[in-house]
Design a protein around this ligand. Structure first.
Ligand SMILES: Nc1ncnc2c1ncn2[C@@H]1O[C@H](COP(=O)(O)OP(=O)(O)OP(=O)(O)O)[C@@H](O)[C@H]1O
Length: 248
């Protein structure tokens, strides 16, 4: 059995007297792909904000490889190789694809004037490799790419930071069916090459079922159930709480 990499232990989050998360626990093992799902307002983004320490007002414990993350700052998380994307594209539109790779990589790697040149040369090489088989050039402006291509660049910018744990917030949002299949293919291919574990927040049932081995379902800040998608997505309470709404 693979070791748990990321452990979320009895997370509670109260803001202004409102209970946002109630005793949420789950774990992500090495190489595992988990979908974090649930209706709007269920608490999915709040969970990943707690994991990545953007939200510090929670109670409970979050550990990575048995190290407690609670006291870390969000900017320290790349040191653990926990990398996240955001719901809205986190790219710089008026810059090139390569510039966006540089910016992403500089968040994760220590740069000083001495290693700047070598680092940038290596980033360029890695970026070129990540873009293999894509009809996207390093010199392309982000604003000239289609939305689907921008989502792929965003994903690859997360990969250049060499994640152990990759947290994707709605990677399929706004994509058409063809682009969604391409995105799944690309995530699976890159995971085989680079060996990260994946926590993905997504509303698309088919996307999650195809990509993830397990799902964690939230409803109104509570953990409704966990299990493999085939089993969980058949459950009456999940259909009522989420699938009816997201397919409706
Ligand atoms: N900083 C905050 N202050 C007060 N309430 C908040 C804050 N952040 C989130 N909430 C509330 O917490 C609940 C959960 O929000 P959250 O964004 O985590 O849900 P979600 O499952 O990610 O929703 P969606 O699918 O719409 O993105 C919502 O009712 C939201 O209004």
């Amino acid at each position: 059995m693979k070791a748990n990499q990321l452990q979320v232990n009895q997370i509670q989050l109260n803001i202004g007297g409102v209970s946002i998360l109630k005793d949420i626990s789950f774990s992500l093992s090495e190489g595992e792909r988990i979908g974090l799902v649930g209706p709007n307002g269920a608490g999915k983004t709040s969970v990943i904000n707690c994991i990545t320490q953007f939200e510090k007002r929670y109670k409970g414990e979050i550990t990575f490889a048995n190290k407690l993350l609670n006291k870390e700052n969000p900017q320290d998380l790349p040191k653990y190789k926990i990398i996240r994307t955001f719901q809205n594209l986190g790219l710089f539109n008026e810059l090139t694809v390569l510039d966006n790779f540089y910016i992403a990589a500089h968040q994760s790697f220590e740069t000083n004037l001495k290693n700047l040149f070598t680092l940038e040369k290596n980033i360029k090489k890695e970026a070129q490799k990540l873009l293999e088989n894509e009809s996207i050039d390093l010199d392309d402006m982000i604003s000239d790419l289609s939305y689907g291509q921008q989502k792929i660049v965003e994903f690859l910018c997360a990969l250049i930071q060499r994640p152990s744990v990759l947290i994707l917030d709605e990677p399929a949002a706004g994509l058409n069916d063809f682009e969604k299949s391409r995105m799944i293919e690309m995530i699976l291919m890159k995971q085989r090459e680079l060996n990260f574990s994946l926590l993905v927040v997504e509303h698309d049932v088919n996307f999650v079922s195809t990509l993830c081995q397990n799902v964690v379902v939230l409803q109104s800040g509570e953990l409704l159930c966990t299990g493999c998608p085939e089993e969980v997505f058949q459950r009456k309470e999940v259909i009522q709480a989420w699938i009816g709404e997201s397919n409706g």
